[in-house]
Design a protein around this ligand. Sequence first.
Ligand code: 8YV
Length: 318
Amino acid sequence: RRKVFVAQPVPETVEAYIRNHCECEVWKGPERIPRETLFSRIRDKEGVLLAGVRVDGEFLEQAPQLRVVSNVSVGYNNFDLAAMKARGVAGTNTSGVLDDTVADLAMGLLLAAARRIPELDRHVKEGLWQQGDDEILFGKQVHHATLGILGMGRIGEALARRARFGFDMEVLYHNRNRKPEVEKALGVRYAGFGELLARSDYVVLLAPLTPSTRGMMDESAFRSMKSDSIFLNVSRGETVKEEALVQALQKGWIRGAGLDVYGREPVSRENPLLGLDNCVTLPHIGSAVAGTREDMAMLAARSMVAVLQGRDPGTIVT
Ligand code: 8YV
């Protein structure tokens, strides 16, 4: 029986599935597993299931038997792809099971920032709502506005569908490669990076974190957005130069922002973004719905077992 390590708590159904196929140790938390503890547990393991842990040369050195690392996430910027390739260790992700959940959250964040929902919720709860309050409660129109999607993967498509058919928005997208079939099916239009920024009322970042997307939203990018526009990020915080975003929000280069992700997570209280009323801040909850997380964990488990059995799980990203 293959020995595997599950580096975070998983639903019982998932643990049972893994135990059916492997000899398995599970880190039950609730705190994150310390890196040294993780290293001491993976020495004799052929498979590891985890999320948000850096898998680099140092990690791989601790696990000479390792054949597969299964991410319980769609993003795999925690993988050092070159190091894994060199060692012949497969990496898998959870593409396909969280698209709609994350797209729902992206739309929610857009609405929250546009209509100032968290800010005005505080307004009511603090007893500030008065007869005659009118314009001070105004937000930004959503329907018929132009949405620019940076990164047209599966989540981008799910968001475009919501925006087009739910909110009658015009949708522009920018991506490494054009997607004519998506353009046709959803009525979205391809735009260069600069054109998308200049024309969109809402810009949503959904691109994966790679060397070419790291810091892509910098000062010049924010300066080229409309001054009444709203920026949203539901991918990875490192795609944004946060100091530039803070400036953009403080100096009025853009109207507002909605963030689910940050350069450092959990975000610290000193982060200046937390002091800005025109910035909605969520604690990285894009996929945080029980059913979705269970599907993600199960897909990661199935992927790990498949690789160990010599089958192609269809989720290998290395
Ligand atoms: C969570 C995510 O970070 O899938 C991703 O890439 O960012 C999220 O779903 C997390 O990995 C869930 O375990």
